[in-house]
Write a protein that binds this ligand. Structure first.
Ligand code: GLA
Length: 352
């Protein structure tokens, strides 16, 4: 029997290396963090012949929404995710039921830690648990469903990095994700006393409104000009066929893909100085080739390095958000920074 109540949690993520590679069928190395979003869902029955409804309360904003289960309409802000999730679950035949939802999040919003994927995944798991249909969809398909909500309801043409990291997160493990095959391989994150920390630049631009979608369109245009279906297939020597700006975009993707496997090798060898160099090289590529940094992000990278980090780079979609730093043993976490380490992925906490 389907439960009357379910509570689900989904974490945000940190991307160690490999940015803007997901929508290019590339590679990334990421992990789920401790901070996340919790959704508490309670079954509600329709009243007096009304159709079934979903009531949602965003506790952090003190805001509410109410929508019909059948055919919810788009809305801005956090409501887009709730309405989109209900609609996409129904479209996928997963039969969501009338529910009262309480949403509570501890992921800083717009800080490049994937608060939106945490929201999508937590909503999805809670609604599926309540409907008793979790067993009808595989985890990778679930990530795709969540990402459709982001693409079609929130207007951000993002890839699968955030949703896969949130769903497949494992304690002490980074995840090497191959976006061509959607294979996820855990890689032990052994840092030998070194630590990872994020530092928020304070600059906020959503993926829907920043240059993120433009970068995606530029990568698609590069593929079109080269006659390939994704940048994953391109040999570096062919990049000179592209106009200058697109050449930089493609070069970033190719070089970050290579850095992902070099980072996996560095971790396996316990070579933290090599990992440091890769982080710094990735940042330079994001800044100069992909051009997704900003003066505020640059100042935050400088702050991280001044605080003693050996390596630092902008993280996530760019145009603001957080910077990731790798700190040698005994270097304290910089003021305002957040230590991050791989934690368990999304899960149903309670149902019954
Ligand atoms: C955002 C998107 C992801 C990914 C990263 C950049 O987090 O949601 O899909 O493209 O930016 O790596």
């Amino acid at each position: 029997m389907a439960p009357e109540h379910a509570r689900a949690f989904a974490p945000g993520r940190v991307c160690l290396i490999g940015e803007h590679t997901d929508y290019n069928n590339g590679l990334a190395l990421a992990f789920a963090i401790a901070a996340g979003v919790t959704v508490d869902a309670r079954r509600i029955e329709p009243e007096h012949g009304d159709g079934e409804r979903v009531l949602a309360q965003a506790l952090d904003f003190g805001e509410r929404d109410e929508l019909p289960l059948a055919d919810p309409q788009p809305a801005p802000g956090w409501r887009a995710f709730v309405r989109g999730m209900v609609a996409e679950l129904a479209r996928a035949g997963l039969r969501p039921v009338g529910a009262s939802l309480q949403i509570e999040g501890a992921v800083p919003r717009g800080a490049g830690l994937s608060s939106s994927a945490a929201l999508e995944v937590a909503l999805c798991l809670a609604l599926l648990a309540l409907a008793g249909t979790r067993g009808e969809i595989g985890t990778t398909e679930l990530a795709k469903l969540c990402s459709r909500v982001e693409n079609e309801w929130a207007g951000a043409q993002t890839g699968l990095l955030d949703q896969l990291s949130s769903l497949y997160g494992e304690r002490d493990m980074a995840l090497r994700i191959d976006f061509q095959t959607l294979r996820v391989d855990p890689v032990p994150l052994r840092l030998d006393g070194w630590r990872l920390a994020t530092l928020d630049s304070g600059e906020r631009r959503s993926n829907a409104s920043s240059g993120y979608n433009q970068r995606r369109a530029e990568c698609a245009r590069a593929c079109e000009l080269l006659g390939v279906s994704s940048l994953r297939e391109v040999e570096e020597t062919r990049l000179q066929e592209l106009p200058l700006a697109l050449r930089g975009r493609a070069r970033h993707v190719l070089s970050d893909n290579m850095r992902v496997d070099s980072a996996v090798a560095a971790l396996r060898a316990g070579d933290l100085p090599a990992l440091t160099e890769l982080l710094n090289a990735s940042h330079a590529s994001l800044r100069d080739d992909l051009e997704v940094s900003t003066p505020t992000v640059e100042a935050t990278v400088a702050r991280m390095l001044d605080a003693g980090a050996a390596g630092a780079r902008l993280m996530g979609g760019g145009f603001g958000g957080s910077v990731l730093g790798l700190l040698p043993p005994d270097v304290p976490i910089p003021a305002g920074g957040l230590e991050v380490r791989p934690c368990a992925g999304a899960r149903v906490l309670e149902e019954g």
